[in-house]
Design a protein around this ligand. Structure first.
Ligand SMILES: Nc1nc2c(ncn2[C@@H]2O[C@H](COP(=O)(O)OP(=O)(O)OP(=O)(O)O)[C@@H](O)[C@H]2O)c(=O)[nH]1
Ligand SMILES: [Mg+2]
Length: 175
């Protein structure tokens, strides 16, 4: 089975996003999640009997994320777009991941999460603070961006589409 790795700073919304991907409706977004200590493996099933395993490694585990890189085909990197303080650091972390020699062939999805909680115009600030334009130039991987919310369901279809291997229209950061 294909394996996707889900990484990102602690509290960025990985666990709730995976829950939403796993069961598209009926996700309990009221009771809160707890920080993932260790990893959290979910299987996302598609209508056509295809499935993909997605492994979240908690943000608290960032120092040892690299021990999960082998055999990975894609990486979903979740950044909380409503938390501008965390974003710059998240960008540096992403850069470190994508510079790994063993990850040069992976497909990457940058998920700007909690889009319900942030102001619309924060998307550009988020990409700016991530130094996204620069990052895109320097990495060899194919990177797509999606704005998502586990609360409203925004962007969930795009993430599923990406997981199934279909390309999604990548958003261009505006000046
Ligand atoms: N408003 C809003 N809150 C969200 C969303 N996704 C997650 N949250 C909240 O953000 C907090 C952290 O979410 P988690 O999914 O546990 O974050 P995580 O990335 O798994 O964190 P670690 O496991 O510590 O790495 C929780 O209180 C969630 O309810 C979202 O789309 N919108
Ligand atoms: Mg988690």
């Amino acid at each position: 089975m294909n394996m996707c790795l889900c990484l990102g700073p602690t509290g960025s919304g990985k666990t709730l996003l995976l829950k939403t991907l796993q069961s598209r409706e009926g996700v309990d977004t009221v009771s809160s999640t707890v920080p993932t200590t260790g990893t959290n493996l979910v299987t996302v099933r598609f209508g056509n009997h295809k499935q993909i395993a997605v492994r979240e490694v908690g943000g608290a585990m960032a120092p040892i994320w690299r021990s999960y890189y082998s055999g990975i085909e894609s990486i979903m990197y979740v950044v909380d777009a409503s938390n501008l303080c965390q974003i710059a650091a998240a960008g540096v972390l992403l850069y470190t991941i994508l510079a790994q020699p063993c990850l040069q062939k992976v497909k990457v999805l940058l998920v700007l999460s909690k889009m319900d909680a942030s102001y619309r115009q924060m998307r550009n600030e988020a990409l700016l603070m991530l130094q996204f334009a620069q990052l895109k130039k320097e990495i060899s991987q194919n990177i797509s961006v999606v704005e998502a919310s586990a609360m409203t369901g925004e962007g969930i279809d795009s993430v599923l589409k990406w997981l199934q291997g279909n390309s999604i229209a990548s958003l261009k950061p505006s000046k």
